[in-house]
Write a new protein. Structure first.
Length: 185
């Protein structure tokens, strides 16, 4: 996997000056795009001169003997953008967004984005995994138990999921990989 694409700028200068936010101050948003519209939306953000970040990773696809290399979003469907409230309507001009989520804790968010940027720029191989905590309800998405639902036992020491048999007040611990699980809403 490869590093960051320099055509999508990102700077980490956004200190909070006061406890109460200035209504004219730009805020960070998580922009959930329509399917396969992340790069188009990032291009719109650049054209409108909005600070934004679209983390891209290298990927390749094989077609027989031919290999095609391309960059794809690390977080499919998401672009991070800093938008002034007065100009917020500009991000909706091309029907590329499904929704916009305002970031509540910008300090924590910017630290996490800096971490993501560092990891992407490192060029190390990475993959996206859902954040699963102990007690999270999950559905098995692959393998012979596909479709079953259960509760994660301990993701730090993954022994599997617990399938409940409520009538007996018992649970069955089934060993499985976290990669085979999808968190339920």
């Amino acid at each position: 996997m490869s590093g960051i694409n320099p055509t999508y700028p990102f700077t980490m200068s956004h200190p909070r000056a006061a406890a109460l936010p200035d209504p004219s101050e730009a805020n960070w948003h998580v922009c959930h795009t329509r399917p396969r519209a992340e790069k188009k939306f990032a291009a719109l953000m650049a054209a409108e001169d909005f600070e934004h970040y679209l983390p891209l990773i290298g990927s390749e696809r094989r077609y027989g003997a031919r290999v095609r290399r391309f960059s794809k979003p690390l977080f499919p469907g998401y672009v991070f953008a800093r938008v002034e409230p007065a100009r917020r309507s500009r991000i909706f001009q091309q029907d590329l967004l499904a929704r916009v989520i305002t970031v509540e804790d910008e300090e924590k968010f910017l630290r996490q984005l800096a971490d993501v940027r560092l990891i992407v720029a490192s060029g190390l191989e990475l993959s996206l995994h859902p954040l699963i905590r102990r007690g999270t309800r999950v559905r098995v998405v692959s393998g012979p138990l596909r479709g079953l639902e259960g509760v994660v036992d301990d993701p730090a020491n993954p022994k599997g999921i617990v399938l409940a048999v409520d009538v007996l007040q018992q649970g069955l611990l089934v060993k499985m990989s976290l990669a085979d699980l999808q968190p339920l809403p």
